[in-house]
Design a protein. Structure first.
Ligand SMILES: Nc1ncnc2c1ncn2[C@@H]1O[C@H](COP(=O)(O)OP(=O)(O)OP(=O)(O)O)[C@@H](O)[C@H]1O
Ligand SMILES: [Mg+2]
Lengths: 247, 286
């Protein structure tokens, strides 16, 4: 029902040098809403620091639901999600705090705030409220701007999110996740509404950051070509109709 | 192309095929008597029963003559009192500004407690009841209460108008907060932001234009109210109005009225332009 097939070995196996990486371990995760049919059963996989794993499956197969279990927004019906910290502890999603970066499928950006501010929001979890009460530091703003530029949004930095196109918003959401200095990034279809060159640029950014900083990255992707080119490993969720006939 | 196009079939009017068109069933009188028309009828009945009020005192008065005499007392306005009037006007605006300031701060806190999306129900209900209670009391009565408590001075006006403002702003602000979509805020929570940060950056940007615009409206409203609370001794222009009325100095009374008129009109003009800008910006943003 679930296949984790190696596309290629992790390009930069960072595990030796990076003691500060956080890996994600999913054990026998199963989920169904109420008494409905199982969305997925006994899913198990790991994402190591410096590894970009793709999560694939047709629409409605439960990718977003799985991501919600991983970010702690949804309690799985059974099984466990653990993040292994460098100090040897294994914590549930709630223990991750700002170390967990998320790109939501519905983005969840603040519409009335500017693009650069939305990227700065990534740093909220690392600062006490009185530091952010009167806005963000020069450093934060410059870092956020660089992040936006890397995704081709230099000229949009001061525009409010509500004036951006769908794809531009999506890139802001990715920039926010990248700017968070998270140890684990969960990205739900971060390139769904992007044209091919921009999708590639986005994924290249994610992948480069993943390898450079030893981040564990799980990305929901539909496009087989993109999966092939950018991911180190794939987790596939099977469509539910097939599931019921196969079992 | 070759076969008879089957699309033609449904075009034929259905009733004719059935022989005669189905007649529309007649409306029964109960159908027309919906809630709105019932309310209208009840209201009209009430108006009819209230008609005797229009008789006035019952004596035949020279209405037109009265009006002319009264208004001619206003003309020309006695502008010699401009210094005291302007000073009182200044005090009025100051009272309104202070009352708006305190009102905005207090209602901001209260409105968070009164927003269903931000606070638990057991907090929301009593706070809303409190604000509803505050709102039912007119500003002049609030000023009267304040005069009884802190004495007849401008402080009483500030206190009274502050309470009055809380009743309205609390309601408006909490509605503004409830109208904001919480998606963004939930997203910020998920990536580790604290509660206050989540409010400040996930919710406040969307609510801010509306909160500003209501605050401005309240300031404008408070200037109007502040010029009347003096009638019960709470400072400002009203005190002068009361004095000139008691001594029948209608030409001076007219000067004060002119003053109020000028301030309120210009403020109305300014703030409606400002609010229009804010709201249009908010609509572009959200
Ligand atoms: N809160 C919920 N309650 C009940 N059913 C739900 C809930 N959320 C999602 N579902 C159902 O679970 C199934 C999987 O939804 P999910 O959003 O995880 O799919 P997905 O794989 O992310 O699809 P897509 O590629 O279209 O985003 C869908 O059939 C959906 O109707
Ligand atoms: Mg999804």
């Amino acid at each position: 029902m679930i296949a984790q097939g190696k596309v290629r070995p992790a390009v930069a196996p960072v595990s030796e040098g990076r003691s500060e990486g956080v890996s994600l371990a999913v054990h026998d995760l199963s989920l169904r809403y109420g008494q409905g049919e199982w969305l997925f059963e006994n899913v198990r996989f790991t994402v190591c620091p410096g590894q970009l794993v793709a999560l694939a499956g047709p629409s409605g197969s439960g990718k977003t639901s799985l991501m919600r279990c991983l970010s702690g927004a949804l309690a799985p019906t059974s099984g466990s999600v653990r993040y292994h910290l460098p100090d040897g502890r294994a914590v549930p999603p709630s223990g991750m705090g700002p170390r967990l970066g998320v790109v939501f499928q519905n983005l969840r950006l603040t519409g009335a705030a500017t693009a650069i501010d939305n990227v700065c929001f990534a740093r909220l979890g690392r600062q006490p409220f009185y530091r952010t009460l009167f806005g963000f530091s020069r450093d934060d703003r410059e870092g956020a701007y660089a992040e936006l530029c890397a995704l081709g949004l230099c000229h949009m930095a001061r525009a409010p999110i509500s004036r951006l196109s769908g794809g531009e918003r999506q890139r802001v959401a990715v920039a926010r996740a990248l700017f968070q200095e998270a140890k684990v990034i969960l990205a739900d279809e971060p390139v769904a509404s992007l044209d091919r060159p921009n999708a590639e640029r986005c994924l290249a950014c994610l992948r480069q950051r993943c390898h450079r900083d030893g981040i564990s990255v799980l990305v929901v992707l539909h496009d087989e070509d993109l999966i092939e080119r950018f991911s180190d490993d794939v987790v596939r969720l099977q469509p539910r109709a097939e599931l019921s006939t196969a079992v | 192309m070759t076969a008879e196009p089957p699309e033609r079939e449904p075009v034929r009017p259905a009733p004719r095929r059935a022989g005669r068109p189905v007649p529309l069933p007649p409306d029964r009188w109960t159908h027309r008597l919906d809630l709105q028309s019932c309310a209208t009828i009840l209201f009209l009945i009430f108006v009819v029963t209230a008609l005797p009020l229009l008789r006035g005192s019952g004596r035949s008065l020279d209405t037109w003559g009265n009006l002319v005499r009264f208004v001619s007392g206003f003309i020309p306005p006695d502008l010699s009192i401009w210094q005291t009037t302007l000073a009182a006007l200044w005090e009025t605006v100051q009272m309104a500004a202070l009352a708006t300031f305190f009102g905005v701060i207090l209602s901001f806190l209260l409105s968070i407690a009164a927003a269903r999306t931000l606070s638990p129900q057991w907090v929301v209900t009593p706070v809303r009841m409190l604000m509803n209670g505050i709102r039912t009391i007119p500003s002049l009565i609030w000023a009267l209460i304040a005069v009884a408590v802190v004495g007849a001075n401008p402080l009483a006006g500030v206190v009274g108008l502050t309470f009055y403002s809380i009743g309205y702003l609390g309601k408006f602000f909490s509605e503004a907060f409830e109208a904001v979509d919480l998606e963004a805020a939930r997203g910020l929570r998920a990536i580790g932001a604290g509660r206050l940060q989540t409010f400040q950056y996930g919710l406040w940007p969307s609510a801010r234009p509306i909160v500003w615009s209501y605050s401005l409206w309240m300031f404008e409203y408070n200037i109007r109210s502040a010029s009347i609370v003096g009638y019960v001794g709470a400072g400002g222009l009203g005190l002068h109005l009361l004095r000139y009325q008691e001594f029948g100095q209608w030409d001076r009374f007219a000067t004060v009225l002119l003053c109020i008129f000028a301030v309120v009109t210009s403020l109305d003009f300014l703030s409606s332009r400002l609010r229009g800008k804010m709201v249009s910006r908010a609509q572009g943003d959200v």
